[in-house]
Design a binder for this molecule. Structure first.
Ligand code: APR
Length: 293
């Protein structure tokens, strides 16, 4: 649809305004299209009462944290079943620590929120968004200011003893000896969900509840291939909510579950949506009575 219109449109433009004749030709159709979608997303947000967001690794790439899949993804370099499955950790915790945990620690310890995270925090401050359901274990939504973040895959901010379950803040863990040990002698592991493990029950239950109760779900930076997280937009859709995707690439949700996809980077897109929302509904007018559970 877009490419037909673009060529048709461009050829008319070229005939009317040969580029030499009208240097600042106003339109790049993708831009026009993106602008329309940004406006639409802001209007949909302004009209929505209960907004939630599902996020994935894509929202943290602009903070220097690599995604898992696609170009430059961790799983391009490592086999996830070799270093991110609970059986692999049980078999050789030192190997998983040396490859995955040390690398993640170095990145997550220094990462800071980007405009994508900050945009969602602004939506909360504007009284529009209440809960962020994140697959990320980097804690950047909380660092950006979101106060209700469901860590669907746990967190990397803490390490947990495999024997006594005592927790240690990752920043404090001395990794000169691998795998690091608890004072009880047990091995420490990230307080995150490895492949082959269950999603924390409260996180799963609350996420399903919020997905079925929201009237707009922003789906930001996820390839939507890992279950059960990728089920949340489906639950939202089935419950009558609008599903708006933000991702530079299409996903299995696009055209199937999501109402529309804004093909762009989370930082830029969130900045533009918030700016548009502030234009159409100045902050004071935005406060809607909270009914969400
Ligand atoms: N802004 C928005 N989206 C982006 C950006 C960006 N700047 N950069 C990349 N993306 C998109 C990619 O196009 C891709 O669709 O983010 C998505 C990242 O996908 P994955 O790497 O598969 O991450 P995610 O969906 O979070 O993976 C789910 O899989 O490996 C497990 O436990 C891990 O939580 C993770 C889960």
């Amino acid at each position: 649809m877009v490419s037909f219109f673009k060529t048709k449109y461009e050829s008319i433009l070229n005939r009317i305004f040969p580029s030499g004749f009208y240097p600042t030709r106003p339109f790049n159709l993708n831009e026009v299209h993106m602008d329309d979608l940004i406006k639409k997303a802001a209007e949909d947000l302004a009209a929505a009462g209960k907004v939630t967001a599902l996020t994935g690794a894509g929202i943290s790439t602009e903070s220097g944290i690599p995604p898992f899949r696609g170009k430059g993804g961790l799983w391009e370099r490592f086999d996830p079943m070799e270093i991110a499955h609970i059986d692999a950790f049980m078999k050789d915790p030192a190997k998983v620590w040396n490859i995955l945990v040390k690398e993640m620690k170095a990145i997550v310890d220094t990462a800071t929120p980007n405009d994508g995270h900050k945009g969602l925090a602004k939506l909360e401050a504007m009284g529009k968004l209440k809960t962020v359901i994140t697959q990320n274990i980097d804690g950047l939504h909380q660092a950006a200011g979101n106060t209700d973040v469901i860590e669907f895959h746990g967190t990397f901010a803490w390490q947990r003893c495999m024997d006594c379950s005592r927790k240690y803040e990752t920043r404090e863990v001395d990794i000169s000896k691998i795998p690091p040990l608890c004072i009880c002698g047990g091995i420490l592991r990230p307080d995150a969900v490895f492949f082959g493990e269950m999603i924390p029950q409260d996180a799963l239950w609350r996420s399903r509840q919020i997905a079925s109760d929201c009237d707009l779900m922003l789906v930001v930076g996820t390839s939507a291939v890992v279950q059960p997280a990728a089920l949340m937009p489906v639950i939202a859709k089935e419950s009558g909510a609008k599903v708006v995707e933000i991702n530079p690439e299409r996903t299995p949700l696009t055209d199937e579950i999501s109402d529309y996809l804004i093909m762009g980077e989370a930082g830029d897109v969130m900045n533009r949506i918030v700016a548009e929302l502030e234009k159409i509904s100045p902050p004071a007018a935005l406060e809607t009575p909270r009914t969400q559970s």
